[in-house]
Design a binder for this molecule. Structure first.
Ligand code: BGC
Length: 737
């Protein structure tokens, strides 16, 4: 059988056969393969009627939670387990991870994304992809790119400057592509600066393939393709879902009419064929559902962030106390968000059952509010009564709806839940609040009334047992915030420009996303990026930094000064005082997640890649490491530096070419430019009378300062200018020679 495909077969291969399969080409012996969501479980559609009902699979913690572990090793293990479940279901590609940056806490899909920081996102996603692909199953890095909102997601144009795009929104994609070569990248629905991501040649071909060396296949988000011909021309290989006979025919016509280069369609079809061949090599397999549930529990336990723990109220003793468990979410857990990532779990733990199983004393429950999160006076009164007569009250509250397709409109808890917290705290000073939410919610001012607060995110199917593990101290919390919790929404850097209107959203805060913006504006936050308490305490020694061939290595000794074993997440934030370009006050560049036994000291080693020190220079159109004395603050959160060290970094050779449009100041700031221009001024002045305008201009230092902002071309036009327009080309050539 010929393996040379006809144009029609090539076109068919580049669109799906149905919702979840590629198109088989029987004549050429090419079978169909299955792709499915993703990212925190394997969502195999169970019946043709219901898109969202899946075959039971382990619902691991969604990315909002797994990212809060700050543990790449755990993410790798999660990827491996997902790979095993894919094999068991004959899935070739799992549609994840989602590495879009959490630009606004209102983002409806924030629960599916890792962080507001590109390095944290990139490091974790890289390991997830490595784990998955180690099982012979492909990842789909999504949604490429700048898909940080749900409002008008299929049409909106993310209007963004290139430096912000490169440094914040593309950086995680770049890292994952370079370090783990995902089999596929999924293009986003939205436009980027006016062009659909699915038709964006610069993104899909020039950046992704030519610059980053991506070798895999670009698949569309489901329904993202508007015009097949434009998409293939831009570098999109596989349009999903299918079938799309009309689009296939349009491709054939375009090739026949010479409107589309036949080689492009052929290349795309070959990429699809290669993916199918690769997938065919994976062995079938099964998986141990109990072991995966245990892994889901381990990750969930490590994801919980202890935000507050006055007087060491937590952990609770299992014996000798009466416990009031209050809030419907203790019984009916919120454990994942809605939309394409929704998993039918193999089983589901709830906190009420797990707390009851752990505590030896009486545990009493009241729902406190309705299943929809609304107020019900009788339920509230019952909860308050139980709280009044319990040694400890644990209040479960959280967000009610979080789903793909819609952004949130508020960060606040429903009023019924705030009322429950406040009324319970008023009668029981030993009140613990447990939050379940897929993106941050505001905690001010009610958190001041409670001594203990756990951020429990959406924790997947084992969240209930993981919460009991932390509440009773079987697990010492080590989760850290991967996103800032603001005092209020209006403080957030994205606030004024989210979610845009009339088809455009302006990324107005630029580089200052998340903590970068809070820090730049010196704004108080409720809980900072990187923050999280432990049941033990850690002290830091001095930090040492050394420049290596590939970057910087930081070493710091961390001592567990408490009486419980624990984990510290050591974070390195870098700044360059006196930088020649605008920068955030500090940026996360590396972290290390280290277990430290009680009373022990370990040396944490953090590695910063030199590439991660680079900024995107818009004048040169490339990454540039600026030379200088970099300040590295090593600490326990973005606002808790424990040790600082300065390291000298040699800069990349770079010179901004001078032009006639460069200003006098820019000419003088450049060594060669200063020589050339200085000479030109001197010779003009030499021939001029001492009271001429030329002499006055160049002799007076203040006048020279004022002239600093004048482009040379404009200066040449001034009457009596020391520069003549005809001389400019020569000066420019001379300065750049
Ligand atoms: C989502 C993707 C998902 C795809 C397939 C889209 O609506 O944006 O993340 O992978 O559907 O379900």
């Amino acid at each position: 059988m010929s393996s040379e495909l006809t144009t029609a077969e090539q076109a068919a291969l580049t669109s799906g056969g149905d919702f979840w399969h590629t198109t088989p080409v029987e004549r050429a012996g090419i079978p169909a393969v299955t792709v499915t969501d993703g990212p925190h479980g394997v969502r195999m559609q169970a019946s043709s009627g219901d898109l969202l009902a899946g075959v039971p699979a382990t619902c691991f913690p969604p990315a909002v939670a797994s990212a809060s572990t700050w543990d790449p090793e755990l993410l790798r293990r999660m990827g491996e387990a997902l790979g095993d479940e894919c094999r068991a279901q004959d899935v070739a590609v799992l549609l994840g991870p989602g590495v879009n940056i959490k630009r606004s806490p209102l983002g409806g899909r924030n629960f599916e994304y890792f962080s507001e920081d590109p390095i944290l996102t990139g490091v974790l996603a890289t390991e997830w992809v490595r784990g998955l692909q180690s099982r012979g199953v492909g990842a789909s890095l999504k949604h490429f790119a700048v898909n940080s909102q749900e409002t008008d997601r299929m049409r909106v144009s993310a209007d963004i400057d290139e430096r912000t795009l490169r440094e914040i929104y593309l950086r995680a994609f770049q890292r994952v592509v370079i370090k783990s070569q995902p089999w596929t990248v999924m293009c986003a629905y939205n436009k980027v600066n006016g062009v659909y991501a699915s038709e964006h040649h610069w993104l899909l071909t020039e950046v992704l393939r030519d610059e980053w060396g991506f070798e895999g296949l670009v698949v569309s988000d489901w329904g993202a393709v508007v015009d097949r011909v434009k998409s293939v021309a831009a570098g999109l290989d596989l349009t999903m879902p299918g079938p799309d006979a009309e689009g296939d025919a349009a491709l054939v016509d375009a090739v026949d009419a010479g409107r589309l280069d036949a080689a492009l369609l052929k290349t795309s079809a070959e990429r699809v064929r290669k993916l199918i061949e690769k997938a065919g090599a994976r062995p079938a397999g099964g998986y141990d559902a109990e072991a995966h549930h245990a892994l889901a529990r381990e990750i969930a336990g490590r994801a919980i962030v202890l935000l507050k723990n006055d007087d060491d109220l937590l952990p609770l003793p299992a014996d000798g106390i009466t416990v009031g468990v209050l809030g419907e979410f203790a019984r009916t857990p919120r454990y994942q968000g809605g939309g394409s990532s929704q998993i039918t779990p193999t089983r589901l733990d709830d906190a009420l059952t797990e707390i009851t199983a752990t505590a030896t004393g009486p545990v009493r429950f009241a729902a406190g509010y309705t299943a929809d999160g609304d107020t019900d006076e009788a339920l509230l009164a019952e909860a308050v009564e139980i709280a009044r007569h319990s040694d400890v009250a644990i209040v479960f509250v959280g967000s009610v709806h979080e789903t793909e397709g819609a952004d949130r409109d508020s960060l606040d808890l429903p009023a019924a839940q705030i009322a429950l917290i406040e009324r319970v705290a008023a009668v029981n000073p030993r009140t613990v609040v447990v939050l379940s939410n897929g993106a941050v919610i505001t905690t001010k001012p009610w958190d001041e009334k409670v001594p203990a607060l756990l951020e429990g995110w959406l924790l997947g199917q084992a969240g209930g047992s993981a919460l009991a593990d932390v509440l009773f101290g079987r697990v010492n919390p080590s989760g850290r915030l991967a996103e800032t919790i603001p005092v209020k929404l209006a403080h957030h850097p994205s606030y004024l420009d989210f979610p845009g209107e009339h088809g455009h959203v302006r990324y107005g805060e630029g580089l200052h996303v998340g903590y970068r913006g809070f820090d730049a504006q010196d704004r108080e936050v409720a809980y900072p990026f990187g923050f999280g308490l432990s049941y033990t305490t850690f002290s830091y020694g001095a930090a040492r930094a050394s420049v290596t061939a590939t970057g910087v290595e930081i070493r710091v000794r961390v001592t567990n000064t408490g009486s419980r074993d624990g984990r510290e997440v050591v974070q390195a934030y870098v700044s360059l005082p006196g930088s020649r370009v605008r920068r955030a006050p500090r940026e996360l560049k590396a972290f290390a997640n280290v277990p430290v036994a009680a009373g022990e000291t370990v040396e944490a080693v953090l590695t910063i890649d030199r590439d991660d020190l680079a900024y995107w220079d818009t004048r040169l159109g490339r990454w540039l490491v600026e030379g200088g004395e970099y300040l590295v603050a090593v600490g326990s959160s973005s606002r808790d530096p424990r040790a600082t060290v300065t390291v000298h970094i040699a800069g990349d050779p770079a010179r901004i070419p001078l032009t006639a449009e460069s200003s006098v100041g820019e000419w003088f700031a450049d060594q060669r430019g200063a020589e050339v221009l200085g000479k030109a001024f001197a010779s003009a002045t030499a021939g001029a009378a001492s009271d001429s305008p030329i002499a006055a201009m160049t002799a007076d230092p203040e006048m020279l300062m004022m002239l600093g902002s004048l482009p040379l071309s404009r200066m040449a036009k001034f009457p009596g200018s020391p520069l003549r327009a005809e001389a400019l080309d020569g000066l420019v050539a001379d300065a750049n020679s």
